[in-house]
Structures are given as structure tokens and as C-alpha cells.
Write a protein that binds this ligand. Sequence first.
Ligand SMILES: Nc1nc2c(c(=O)[nH]1)N(C=O)[C@@H](CNc1ccc(C(=O)N[C@@H](CCC(=O)O)C(=O)O)cc1)CN2
Ligand SMILES: Nc1ncnc2c1ncn2[C@@H]1O[C@H](COP(=O)(O)OP(=O)(O)OP(=O)(O)O)[C@@H](O)[C@H]1O
Length: 194
Amino acid sequence: MVAPHIPPPCNDPPDIALRKKALRVQCAAALRARDVERDQGIIHQLEPLLRAHAGPIACVWPLPHEVDLRPLCHTLAHTGITVVLPQTPPRGAPLVFRQWHPDSTMLAGRFGTHYPDGPIMEPALVLVPLLGFDRAGNRLGYGGGYYDRTLAALPHAARIGYAPSTQEVAHLPCGPHDQPLNCIVTEKEVIRFG
Ligand SMILES: Nc1nc2c(c(=O)[nH]1)N(C=O)[C@@H](CNc1ccc(C(=O)N[C@@H](CCC(=O)O)C(=O)O)cc1)CN2
Ligand SMILES: Nc1ncnc2c1ncn2[C@@H]1O[C@H](COP(=O)(O)OP(=O)(O)OP(=O)(O)O)[C@@H](O)[C@H]1O
């Protein structure tokens, strides 16, 4: 007899996983179709929020089509703020953060990501790239669960999501491991939670 397939308890329930998958396709199309000229508005909204924080800030090195935070990395580093960037481990493990300087060597990592060759460092604030979001603060990523695992392992770190306003959807399904954000920043506004 063939044993019934029972999903491991750590995964999203199948209905939620399916709905997230469909929304990822929709959100990826919206991201590609956006006007990238407006992306710099996200950095303008982020800068004052980040200056109010002490400790290393985890930025994001962009994948193709994503919002490009590299100018923000440079601005932060030049104002004396420690910038760290994620290294993507095998699926199932949280992200590792490594210190970045404007002259850091960037190494090729998993899924087309890049990370600096600097020392490992824990961030006090994590910028979270959002493929999709809703007004309740639910987020959608590429489905690796990397940021959920990472934020669960850093309960005291501030977490700020960012995305173009085109990535807002009416309602995102919420899984058992989805981590709350302090706020979501778009080029238009800062949406605060809790
Ligand atoms: N710039 C950036 N870095 C990041 C993330 C991110 O979303 N953006 N991550 C956030 O967790 C982590 C990497 N996670 C990822 C997990 C899965 C895929 C992935 O499956 N990519 C597909 C293509 C996805 C698409 O373009 O629709 C692939 O490689 O086939 C990519 C990144 C850490 N670094
Ligand atoms: N802390 C965790 N422990 C165990 N499983 C987890 C954890 N966090 C997320 N997962 C699982 O990983 C899978 C992918 O998660 P999800 O769909 O939320 O990814 P995502 O948020 O879109 O991607 P990312 O976090 O990489 O941007 C889901 O099945 C989810 O339940």
C-alpha cells in the first residue's frame, strides 16, 4: 500500500500555498510592468526612517526587475551606518548577513543573488523586499520562506518592508510562519502596523 502524502507541519497549508503561488505570478507581472523611474521615491521614504535607528542595517542587493537599493547602500555607508547584505543559504535555513562597504567584492550566490565577502554580522534592522503586500501588513516573497525564517530568528530586529505601490493586493493569505512587519514603505507612503 502506498502511504498517503502528508505534508510536513512546517509548510503552509496546501490551499494557502496555492493562492500564494497564483498571486506570485500576478505580482511578478506587476513588478515587471511598473515605471522604474518611481522607485527612487521608495528610497526617499526610507531614508528618514533608517536614520532614526542605531545598529547595522540589512539592505538588499537587487535581483533583475527588483527595486534597486544600491544608491541607499552607498548613502548609508557614507553617513557611517553599517550596512549588511544577505547571503542565501540552502532552502530551510535563515539568511546570513555579511558586512558591505562600497569597495566590497560581491560574490555570486543562490537564485541569482549577490553577497559581499565581508564578516558575518547581525542586523538591528532588516529591510524586507516585497513581491506583494496588503494593507494588513501581510507580505509575499519568492516563496523560499527565507525572510520569514530570518525574522523569526531575529525577534528584536526592526523589520521594514518595501515595494512599489503597484505591488499592493487587496488581500494576501497568511500562513502560520508569516512574520509581521513594523511598516511597509512605498514611493507614496509609509503604512505603519501595531
Ligand atoms: N534581491 C533579493 N535578494 C534576496 C531575496 C529577494 O527577494 N531579493 N530573498 C528573498 O527571500 C532571498 C533569496 N530568495 C530567493 C528565493 C527564491 C528565488 C527564486 O525561486 N527565484 C526564481 C525566479 C523568481 C522570479 O523571478 O519570479 C528562480 O530563480 O527561478 C529567488 C530568491 C535573499 N536575497
Ligand atoms: N520559520 C519557519 N519554519 C518553518 N517553515 C517556514 C518558516 N517560515 C516559512 N516557512 C515555510 O516556507 C515556505 C515558503 O514561505 P512563504 O511562501 O511565506 O515564502 P515567502 O515569504 O514568499 O518567501 P521569502 O521569505 O523568501 O521572501 C512556506 O511553506 C512556509 O510555511
